[in-house]
Design a protein around this ligand. Structure first.
Ligand SMILES: Nc1nc2c(c(=O)[nH]1)N[C@H]1C(S)=C(S)[C@@H](COP(=O)(O)O)O[C@H]1N2
Ligand SMILES: [Mo]
Length: 357
């Protein structure tokens, strides 16, 4: 499957336009900031932002627990707090570049952000509640409600205990030092650092311990399938990806790039759900040859993206720039990511065309 360019672009439907206008991406200029400013971070809201009053809000912990809890926001804020940068990315990032696609949010490459999240770790809350020995999975329920795939539902995600009972999983109530804005899950959300964004349930109301695998709608929707109803492979951790801040300046509305000839510093960020970024390579000749970029400091945690830069001696003409990353587990970005029905996990290298003058 070849990455789409403007000559083969198949357009967006009105439904996709409706989604795109509600769920914005991070302008790629945002790659210049290590911490994505509030309002630049991408957004995905499947239905409507629910009304929320933090004075009456509670998170219930129930199901197979010895001591069910009802935690107010004051209770949650009184618990130990940690703040950490986490790169969040939508599993559908790159979807519109891998046609034919399911009608959904038609992302190009901007469904990402790296925010400083503040919250309290999940495991001690579960200890207080006392998970029973027969508890196998935890289901997280948000306050938002809607219909998807003809199923009316609350937004829910389920995890095995092995996947979710981890010290870096937070119930988060702060974003870049501020309370969560409504669109990011006010007053509280789940934050699962190394996975794609879909499982970080916003507007969190309930954590339920159950004895059998959760097969709720969202978990079955986020699968890589060759057929709409065929068997699939679950979408979990973020695949490795690098992005570059497009150099030069842009035209409106096509966003074609123009760059002055001479030395240009290319910059960007790279991340993976499988560990630290070990290598970033850039091609300035459409993928024929690649050079190693210089990596910025290794972040304290691999859940935060890593900066990279490369000096480019831009020669006049039409140029195509590409970037790809490799993580410490050895994963790298494929020239052709495997197509799937939902358009998930397309981590083919970004391509930026520019006219150098
Ligand atoms: N309750 C709830 N949680 C949700 C969603 C949602 O629609 N409802 N969208 C999910 C998806 S698909 C993504 S990619 C992330 C986006 O988080 P953000 O909007 O804070 O960037 O939230 C996830 N959590
Ligand atoms: Mo998403």
């Amino acid at each position: 499957m070849v990455q789409t360019d403007t000559t083969t672009w198949q357009g967006v439907t009105q439904k996709e336009l409706g989604q795109a206008a509600r769920n914005h991406g991070m302008q790629l200029e945002g790659l210049r900031y290590d911490v994505t400013p509030i309002g630049m971070h991408y957004l995905v809201i499947h239905w409507d932002i629910p009304a929320a009053d933090e004075t009456t809000w509670s998170v219930e912990v129930d199901g197979l627990v010895d001591r069910p809890l009802s935690l107010s926001m004051d209770d949650i804020r009184a618990r130990p707090a940690v703040t950490r940068p986490v790169t969040m990315e939508c599993a559908g990032n790159g979807r519109a570049l891998m046609p034919p696609r399911a009608e959904s949010q038609p992302w190009l490459l901007e469904a990402v952000g790296n925010a400083e999240w503040t919250g309290t770790p999940l495991p001690p809350i579960l200890e207080d509640a006392g998970l029973r020995p027969d508890a196998m999975e935890l289901i997280f329920t948000g306050a938002d409600h809607g219909i998807q795939g003809e199923v009316e539902q609350d937004y829910r995600w389920g995890f095995s205990l092995a996947d979710i009972v981890k010290d870096d999983v937070l119930l988060a109530y702060g974003l870049n030092g501020h309370p969560l804005p409504p669109q990011h899950g006010f007053p509280i959300r789940l934050l699962v650092p190394d996975w794609y964004g879909m499982c970080s349930v916003k507007w969190l109301r309930r954590i339920t311990a159950v004895a059998e695998p959760f097969d709720g709608f969202q978990v079955s929707a986020y699968q890589r399938r060759q057929e709409p109803d065929g068997p699939g492979e679950r979408v979990t951790r973020k695949a490795v990806r690098a992005l570059m801040m497009p150099p030069g300046f842009s035209d409106f509305p096509a966003r074609q790039r123009f760059v002055d000839a001479g030395m240009q510093e290319l910059i960007g960020r790279a991340w993976s759900g499988w560990g630290h970024i070990d290598r970033v390579e850039v091609s300035v000749d459409g993928g024929a040859t690649w050079s190693d970029a210089e990596l910025g400091p290794k972040p304290e945690s691999p859940s935060s993206w890593r900066s990279w830069s490369l000096d480019w001696d831009a020669r006049p003409g039409e140029r195509e720039l590409l970037v790809r990353a490799t993580d410490e587990a050895g994963n790298t970005q494929p020239t052709d990511a495997p197509w799937n029905y939902g358009g998930f996990m397309n981590n083919m290298p970004q391509r930026v065309s520019a006219v150098v003058r």
